[in-house]
Ligand binder design. Structure first.
Ligand SMILES: Nc1nc2c(ncn2[C@@H]2O[C@H](COP(=O)(O)OP(=O)(O)OP(=O)(O)O)[C@@H](O)[C@H]2O)c(=O)[nH]1
Ligand SMILES: [Mg+2]
Length: 221
């Protein structure tokens, strides 16, 4: 098994610290790190493959990273330390026997340390998406996932905005891919600025998620 860690990043000051920690945690695994960058000023990336993103959005960043992947197991994680690299081994171990492993804030043992209103909003949107799409998982939107490469190859993905895993889970369920959830602690970003948060762009992202969910349901994506 070779693990490819995809890290979409947009103006994240701690990206190189994160890369180092990922290498440290995964030193027992054959692995690679691929950063898909959409920063205003491209950062100097050390010890990882750098892909400069041409499209927009987090979901599309993952798609732009895929052609560079040489591993058979793909990790996606945020670049702001909200997803703890130390959780990687327990997620990766579960891929044996599953196709999709979700790092979940909402299963027993999982936690969300985000601000109160953000916790409420993400819980609400996740519930709405699960209900409409009949997903049998508690957390389709954490963004932290380990997914076999052949899952990406078999699904025709067409994401908008942030939530590509919701689409993967929905389309993957139809093809009978085996999914499981592993509890994670989702932390507040360690540094840098939010790309969503409160504000107009947060609201816009909320509406975008709803549109995305309905389009998936209606087979328009
Ligand atoms: N490549 C790429 N990365 C992005 C884009 N938008 C966001 N990101 C990255 O995706 C991850 C998640 O974005 P965040 O801004 O942390 O979103 P969030 O976790 O919901 O909100 P906060 O952590 O509270 O700011 C981070 O690593 C961002 O740098 C994008 O358009 N392209
Ligand atoms: Mg974040």
């Amino acid at each position: 098994m070779k693990v490819s860690v995809l890290i979409p990043t947009k103006n994240e000051p701690l990206i190189n610290e994160l890369i180092e920690e990922v290498h440290e945690v995964l030193k027992g695994y054959e692995h690679e790190v691929i950063v898909i960058d959409k920063s205003d000023v491209s950062p100097e990336i050390k010890n990882a493959k750098l892909v400069v993103q041409k499209s927009d959005g987090l979901g599309k960043a993952i798609l732009e990273g895929l052609p560079h992947v040489t591993g058979d197991v793909i990790v996606t994680m945020d670049a702001d330390f909200s997803h703890d690299p130390k959780d990687l081994p327990k997620l990766i171990e579960e891929i044996d026997g599953h196709d999709i492993v979700i790092g979940s804030r909402f299963v027993p043992g999982g936690r969300n340390e985000d601000k109160m209103y953000r916790r409420f909003v993400s819980f609400l949107f996740t519930k709405i998406a699960s209900f409409i799409l009949n997903l049998r998982v508690e957390d389709s939107m954490s963004g932290f996932a380990v997914i076999k490469r052949n899952v990406y190859e078999k699904l025709k993905l067409n994401p908008i905005g942030f939530k590509i895993n919701t689409e993967i889970l929905y389309k993957g369920k139809k093809l009978g891919f085996k999914t499981t959830e592993v509890p994670i602690m989702f932390r507040k970003r360690k540094a840098g600025k939010t790309k969503v948060g409160v504000s107009f762009s947060g609201l816009k992202e909320g509406f975008r998620i709803l549109r995305y969910v309905f389009e998936l349901k209606l087979g328009l994506r």
